[in-house]
Design a protein around this ligand. Structure first.
Ligand code: 8OZ
Length: 366
């Protein structure tokens, strides 16, 4: 095989067979309809991208309090699950594989998004710096979240399990646990946001506890070889930080080795594009280089890759598959374009979040 074709070769991530090593990254698009039900257009949107080796859905909340932006979809109600089933069926009909990314945003939220539940919940009552979008799609100062009690944590774990059950009922090939980018599980991992004094805070072992419990809860529904985990070591998005990221994420990788997951998915901190811009910080640590070798299973790397840099990270043995986000927004046939080394459609950031068909299902194929 010529080196050039490495992205287009099959790979198995646990029990999930990928026909190539291109992964459609999880992409928040904020187009859900009433009841936080996925937009019916999402059937077309995801099916258009079914030639990817694996599709990871947009982050999908496990509960009302898990919602942090307007019009993101959930997977806790029957209507949401039924809509997801149509999407999964459409992707499977085109021979694709798809996993659901399950999240709870923790403090990255606003009470207007869940008026009956009140303030956002988080490991500690520490407000993020800055502003966020409320239900009115306008910017509001972040509120100080409510610190979760042990009862809240038990409820959160049961919500994760229910979401996994719904994902299974919808026919997903697996689930990805979102423990990255400053959302709830990442807030428990890092000490800038976790100042708890109970068994979920303090030591690295304690801060890793909730992630392990979520994996174990989800593993009662999906076999562990159908569960992936996403982490973002050294990521600063959403006002995150840790006093010793190397020690924390080395311990996280070591803990994940014990679960025999489908994959570990890491975001390169050089790419700060989430929600914002297209800046690249070339001085940022390279997490595939720092952590891939310590992880014993399959590894997906994300973060501003193009075809050449995607091939390179695979050739170097620093990843088994490469996740593409922005390129997948504007190139539904990214696989075919890479096969032919064809030019790519540019993306329009103005239509990333919210709206309807425009910038969603109208990007042309070759
Ligand atoms: C951009 C805008 C809103 C949410 C993430 C789910 O960073 C997101 C997200 C990205 O993981």
């Amino acid at each position: 095989m010529s080196k050039k074709e490495i992205l287009l070769t099959p790979v198995k991530l646990g029990a999930i067979e990928l026909k190539n090593r291109l992964v459609m990254a999880p992409l928040t698009r904020m187009r859900a309809i009433a009841g936080d039900v996925p937009n019916p257009l999402a059937e077309t949107y995801y099916a258009q991208r079914a030639s990817a080796g694996l599709i990871i859905t947009e982050a999908t909340q496990i509960s009302p309090l898990g919602m942090g932006y307007p019009a993101t979809p959930g997977i806790y109600s029957a209507a949401q699950t039924a809509a997801w089933k149509k999407i999964v069926d459409a992707v499977h009909a085109k021979g694709g594989s798809i996993v659901a990314q399950l999240w709870h945003v923790g403090r990255i939220s606003h009470s207007s998004l869940h008026p009956e539940q009140g303030l956002p919940e988080a490991p500690s009552a520490i407000a993020p710096a800055g502003q966020t979008y409320g239900a009115d799609w306008k910017l509001h100062d972040y509120e100080t979240p409510r610190a979760m009690t042990q009862e809240d944590i038990a409820r959160f774990l049961s919500e994760y399990k229910l979401a996994a059950r719904n994902a299974k009922a919808a026919g997903f090939d697996g689930v990805e646990i979102h423990a990255a980018n400053g959302y709830l599980l990442d807030q428990f991992l890092q000490d800038k946001t976790n100042q708890r004094t109970d068994n979920y805070g303090g030591s690295v072992e304690n801060r890793l506890r909730l992630l392990g419990e979520v994996i174990e809860a989800v593993a009662t529904v999906f076999s562990s070889d159908r569960i992936g985990v996403r982490l973002s070591p050294y990521g600063a998005f959403n006002d995150m930080g840790d006093s010793d990221p190397m020690a924390l994420f080395t311990a996280a990788v070591d803990k994940l080795n014990g679960y025999h997951l489908a994959y570990l998915h890491m975001i390169e901190p050089r790419s700060t594009s989430a929600g914002g811009n297209d800046q690249v910080n070339e001085d940022a640590p390279v997490t595939s280089a720092l952590f891939r070798k310590a992880y014993q299973g399959k590894f997906i790397s994300a973060g501003g890759y193009d075809q050449a840099s995607g091939e390179k990270v695979l050739e170097e043995g620093l990843a088994d598959a490469v996740a593409y986000g922005r390129l997948y927004i504007s190139n539904p046939d990214l696989v075919e374009r890479f096969e032919q080394r064809a030019p790519l459609n540019p993306y329009n950031r103005a239509t990333f979040y919210g709206g309807g068909e425009e910038g969603y299902i109208d990007y042309p194929t070759l």
